[in-house]
Design a protein around this ligand. Structure first.
Ligand code: ZN
Ligand code: FE
Ligand code: FE
Ligand code: FE
Length: 166
């Protein structure tokens, strides 16, 4: 990895996000299927559609930068998804598993929020206004996905998980 300039740093962050988003496009259908609460299933599927558009947005950004998006694997997302798999394979009460899936999904969203927030700020420093706008669009989607998960957890799933197995 070469980090000789802030532009190199931005490209490196973007490659990491591109790998992370692509891993999510592959993994989220299985996560959605595993969710027992219809509201959670819908939220995950909606965010899957957003995630596909986020991949396209990153491709648009790389085209503008005249760079290639490939060549880096996000090991952090690989690890987060590995933990998610453990939850999906657990012998669990439905509501408790859903609460655990939300906790795992929120870790993913927070990782993305950190990545997009930093990439946006680097793009700002570099005066890349069109790219700032694209990154902020995705950043807002990640924040909204996180808020939506909190809402579903607090209003429904945590309430059911609390009494499960009692
Ligand atoms: Zn992501
Ligand atoms: Fe995303
Ligand atoms: Fe990463
Ligand atoms: Fe996300």
């Amino acid at each position: 990895m070469k980090l000789g300039s802030m532009r190199d740093l931005l490209i490196n962050e973007l490659k990491d996000l591109y790998s992370a988003e692509n891993q999510l496009v592959k993994a989220l259908p299985r996560v959605a299927k595993k969710a027992a609460t219809p509201e959670l299933q819908d939220a995950i599927n909606e965010h899957l559609e957003e995630t596909r558009r986020q991949v396209e947005r990153l491709e648009e950004i790389f085209a503008q930068l005249q760079e290639k998006p490939r060549g880096h694997k996000c090991k952090a997302m690989e690890g987060l998804l590995e933990e998610g798999k453990e939850i999906m394979q657990a012998d669990a009460e439905d509501a408790v598993r859903d609460a655990a899936l939300i906790a795992a999904c929120q870790r993913v969203e927070h990782y993305e929020i950190a990545g997009y927030g930093c990439a946006r700020t680097f793009a700002q420093r570099l005066g890349l206004d069109d790219i700032v706008e694209l990154l902020e669009a995705t950043l807002e989607e990640e924040k909204n996905a996180d808020l939506k998960l909190t809402e579903i957890a607090e209003e429904t799933i945590n309430v059911e998980a609390e009494v499960a197995g009692a």
